[in-house]
Design a protein around this ligand. Structure first.
Ligand code: MG
Length: 271
């Protein structure tokens, strides 16, 4: 439950709250207790919030719909994904030709900005981009390995090795697919999503806020908390997801704050 009253017009140092979703505000389709009050508080106090997701297999409308159904007001501006991060990064690097391991919706998005080559191309693409490809075929994996060995830059949307599904089971995520390519090519990918700092750098730029004005909240130490630490912003580790208090406390880089649940966030914001 929210311990503090919901007050408006409180002076805040933080102007942008960056949030993980699964394990931080909900589990499955169930919002945690007190979460709606936190978003009410953001709204009343004009604090911006943005959900950061490493998952490139869903488009933004999918997430807007999911979060709205749970009763939280949001628009596409409240989301920033590893897809946005990747497009912006490749544009800044002046990349034109890309070979993609990714789902159809991810490829469609990239096609708007880059020339995509297929697995039978004579041209070696400047970048071979790996993502959470739930439609992956062996010939595509083979082509990625061949392009990288011929000099294509090995870039990946996110480091997550596995993605949780129901009943405590997991399926291979982007980082897991990259391990296969690494084993074949002896090359390591450059990862762009959390914990790399690019995603947070880009959202701070988008919202026009400084590191001091930003807070990163999440349940996973190696992605969420490290993304905050790597980009120089304060972090909150919540105990509603994957990481235990002992694990947060024994990590080399600890979060700035540890909370039982995001419902206790106001204590920190009003400090
Ligand atoms: Mg999470």
């Amino acid at each position: 439950m929210v311990k503090n009253a919901i007050r408006a017009n409180v002076k805040h140092k933080k102007r942008l709250i960056c949030l993980d979703m699964d394990g931080t505000i909900y589990l499955g389709n169930q919002l945690f207790d007190g979460v709606k009050d936190i978003f009410k508080y953001f709204e009343l106090n004009k604090i911006n919030y943005v959900f950061l997701t490493n998952n490139s297999s869903h488009s933004l409308p999918f997430y807007v719909d999911k979060i709205r159904r749970m009763g939280i007001t949001c628009s596409e501006d409240n989301f920033y994904s590893s897809i946005d991060t990747t497009i912006k990064f490749l544009q800044k690097e002046n990349i034109r030709t890309v070979y993609v391991l990714g789902v159809t919706s991810f490829k469609e998005e990239l096609k708007k900005h880059f020339t995509l080559v297929d697995e039978a191309s004579d041209i070696v693409p400047e970048v071979t981009l790996v993502s959470f490809d739930t439609q992956l075929k062996y010939d595509e994996l083979k082509a990625a390995c061949l392009y990288i060995q011929k000099g294509s830059r090995f870039i990946a949307t996110n480091m997550d090795y596995r993605c949780p599904i129901e009943n405590g089971l997991y399926i291979p995520d982007c980082g897991g697919i990259c391990l296969t390519i690494e084993a074949c090519t002896n090359k390591k990918p450059q990862f762009l999503g959390k914990p790399a700092p690019e995603m947070l750098y880009q959202v701070m730029e988008k919202f026009g806020v400084s590191r001091e004005e930003t807070l990163m909240i999440g349940d996973r130490h190696y992605t969420d908390i490290m993304a905050g630490i790597n980009s120089g912003v304060e972090t909150v580790g919540v105990l509603t997801g994957e990481t235990t208090k002992e694990e947060f406390l024994s990590a080399e880089h600890q979060p700035t704050y540890i909370l039982d649940s995001i419902a206790d966030l106001i204590e920190i914001l009003e400090k």
